[in-house]
Design a protein around this ligand. Structure first.
Ligand code: PLZ
Length: 445
């Protein structure tokens, strides 16, 4: 059994991965496509709170949450009870064939918790990429325009349109083209790497983006600007204050739909319900997924009623979108976030992590930048004294953490960022133990 009752401790009984996981990995090599890779090939048998138990009986600390998904913890009580009840009642009708209340309830919740108090509508789909695809479809339909503007370092998914929107070639795009058209890319406000320095980053990045749109696309041809309010896969890049509000104003001025991709940053991760809340930015459309349903596959597009409802009946859909079991899970996850005040829990995680990481950076000049908000925190690794990315050391640190039973992820266009995404329900002791492991990993490199 997994769930929050699991003993919240790190405990290794074999090397990582152990013999049972290694056997399973061999079976996996013979049966599963090579294109799917693993951060750490231990096979999980149970998980809950801040730990994963593997097939060899090791208990590992989880600083990944399955890429920001299990924010309420694995097999959280309210997710398990709601899912169990729903799965015993009915498993599927297809919302387009015969509707059910759970779908409506999730949409009501999304309309309530996403930024802005205006009239909203939502649509549910299966994955983050599908949510982004649908947001773009809706924006094009509503505006009658085609162009979509995205940013350097962006990640929006692996489908054809979202590959075009994603910035990084390897491993996401290489050899998979041709990509969808009418996608235009502008520089991201990336304070650590902004040529004019972090203080000028917000204004200059806004000027550059607007200038490029004017010169190369034409404002009146742009259906949507899509941005992750804190970039995820691209390196946990936090735009400087003022950049997102400035972009939102620019969109409003030119009739461009402002789409916030909150798939990684949403659902309490950054210490607010959504990362846009931090600067009171109100997007026209918001895409959600990951943390929405405690690990079950569900995603959504939420936005202004007049934009969402510009699409003709039958224009949106899909067989599985808003599956009743996934909706039940979402209602359990959202209830947990509310009852346990997980935005506050995320802020507390940041308050523990940031000072410890800053101290670590004093001892290890390979850490060039520490950034993030709440429980979406990262360190960017460079050749000391420069901003030259150091992917090799990044990978060494991650491997040392894995070997010691701490699951961390890397990210970044240059592969030089270690990111931390613990479940928001992680205990303070386990969080601190994870940071002890990280410090030990640094002392080994
Ligand atoms: N938008 C901002 O972070 C998914 C990708 C993992 P899906 N990020 C994890 C991988 O290597 O495939 C993501 C995201 C943002 C969209 C997506 C896409 O969400 O549910 O993976 O399709």
């Amino acid at each position: 059994m997994g769930g929050p009752a699991l003993s919240q401790r790190r405990h290794l009984v074999t090397e990582i991965p152990g013999p049972v996981s290694r056997d399973l990995l061999e079976r996996r090599q013979r049966s599963v496509a090579r294109g799917l890779s693993h951060v750490l090939p231990v096979f999980v048998t149970a998980a809950g709170g801040g730990v994963l138990i593997d097939a060899d009986g090791n208990s590992l600390i989880d600083f990944s949450s399955g890429i920001a998904v299990t924010s309420v913890g694995n097999s959280a009580d309210l997710v398990v009870s709601r899912v169990s009840e729903q799965v015993a009642r009915f498993t599927h009708t297809c919302f387009m064939v015969v509707p059910y209340e759970g779908y409506v309830e999730v949409c009501e919740e999304l309309n309530r918790i996403t930024p802005g108090s205006h009239e909203k509508r939502s649509a549910l789909v299966n994955s983050g990429a599908e949510a982004v695809e649908n947001a773009v479809k809706i924006a094009r339909h509503a505006t009658g325009r085609q162009a979509v503007v995205v940013f350097d370092h962006a990640y929006h998914g692996r489908t054809n349109l979202t590959m075009a929107m994603t910035a990084k070639n390897m491993p996401y795009k290489d050899g998979f083209g041709p990509f969808a058209g009418e996608v235009y890319r502008v520089p991201m406000a990336y304070p650590f790497r902004w040529p004019g320095g972090p203080a000028k980053c917000a204004d200059e990045a806004l000027d550059v983006a607007c200038g490029l749109i004017h010169a190369q696309v034409g404002e009146n041809r742009v259906a949507a600007i899509v941005i992750e309010p804190i970039q995820g896969e691209g390196g946990f890049i936090v735009p400087p204050p003022g950049f997102l509000p400035g972009l939102a104003d620019y969109c409003r001025e030119h009739g461009i739909i402002f789409i916030a991709d909150e798939i990684q940053s949403g659902f309490c991760r950054t210490g607010d319900w959504f990362a846009c809340d931090h600067e009171q930015v109100v997007p026209d459309l918001v895409t959600t997924a990951k943390g929405i349903a405690g690990g079950l596959p569900l995603a959504g597009v939420t936005g202004r009623a007049e934009i969402m409802d510009s699409v003709h009946a039958g224009g949106l859909g899909g067989t599985f979108g808003g599956n009743p079991v996934a909706c039940a899970a979402a209602l359990g996850a959202i209830e947990t976030m509310t009852k346990e005040d997980l935005p506050a829990a995320a802020r507390r995680i940041g308050e523990v992590m940031l000072p410890r990481l800053r101290k670590l950076a004093e001892r290890h000049p390979v850490i060039g930048d520490i950034r993030g908000r709440g429980a979406m925190i990262a360190i960017e690794m460079v050749k000391p004294g420069t901003i030259e990315p150091d992917a090799a050391t990044t990978s060494k640190v991650a491997k040392a953490c894995h070997a010691a039973g701490l699951i961390v992820l890397t990210c970044g266009t240059y592969g030089n960022v270690v990111r931390f995404l613990p479940p928001l329900v992680i205990s303070p002791d386990l969080l601190n133990e994870g940071l002890d492991v990280l410090e030990e990993a640094f002392s080994q490199i």
